[in-house]
Ligand binder design. Sequence first.
Ligand SMILES: [Zn+2]
Length: 144
Amino acid sequence: MELRRRTNGGRRESGAFLLGEAGAPSTIRQFIFYDDVDPGALDSGIVLIDGRRLGALWKICRDEGMTVVADVHVHPGSFRQSPSDKANPIIAEANHLALILPDFAGGPNLPGRIGVHRYLGNRRWRDESDRLFPPFHVGTYLWS
Ligand SMILES: [Zn+2]
């Protein structure tokens, strides 16, 4: 998997924006990897994106008529959010979903083994990881 490859053999986290159309269900049409938006995003080992680099992302969204529906990143260990993940939402918009793949995306990534965190605004999150529906359905996110 491309996200795993970009961890450089498990030496750093990697991630991507998931672009598509928000709705019920949301449809994800395209992945854009963090290090393609900001070449330095992965250098520290955890994901840090320079906000000034996001212009290219917004341009793709405008040109293609899409929005950033979710983001996904890999963790060395658990799929729970780190304090940094909670404090620094990649996209600080209510209802944005942050997905976390554990073990550098090396496992089966089955439902219940993926972190699904919904941003509520104001640095608050709701953990939806334990819900009994698959977070992805062939490129589609099924909203509750
Ligand atoms: Zn994280």
